[in-house]
Design a protein around this ligand. Structure first.
Ligand SMILES: [Cu+2]
Length: 128
């Protein structure tokens, strides 16, 4: 007796209708900007190739980080411990900000443009 197995290939077309509220860019990670009000704003300047300051402190909670580019060039501010978080600026005077939820601990932020972190474009954010 032959038993013929017909492959039941189910093509599942997943139409994922996930629309981030207010977000327009297509970040590939699952990181999402928190919705609540920020308890503090941290201001960081970027240039070729540095951050100013390179040490930040904050209480835990939702914090807004604002990055201002004070020279030409493109930079971003990312945090090693928070994959997906990114603030990007391009050109002199370009400013961008994002809120992020911080817990107590130490975070290290950096610019992900190739070579910039190695050149010193990094800093430490202490949350306590
Ligand atoms: Cu940079």
């Amino acid at each position: 007796m032959n038993s013929i197995l017909k492959g039941g290939i189910v093509a599942t077309a997943l139409v994922v209708g996930v629309t981030a509220c207010g977000g327009s860019d297509s970040r590939s990670s699952s990181w999402k900007e928190p919705k609540g009000p920020a308890i503090k704003t941290l201001n960081v300047e970027s240039g070729n190739v540095f951050f100013k300051p390179t040490t930040l402190t904050s209480p835990p909670g939702i914090v807004k980080i604002t990055l201002k580019n004070i020279e030409s060039g493109s930079h971003d501010l990312q945090i090693h411990e928070i994959p997906g978080f990114s603030i990007e600026v391009s050109g002199e005077g370009s400013t961008a900000s994002s809120k992020v939820t911080l817990k107590k601990g130490k975070y290290s932020y950096y610019c992900s443009i190739p070579g910039h972190e190695a050149a010193g474009m990094k800093g430490t954010l202490t949350v306590s």
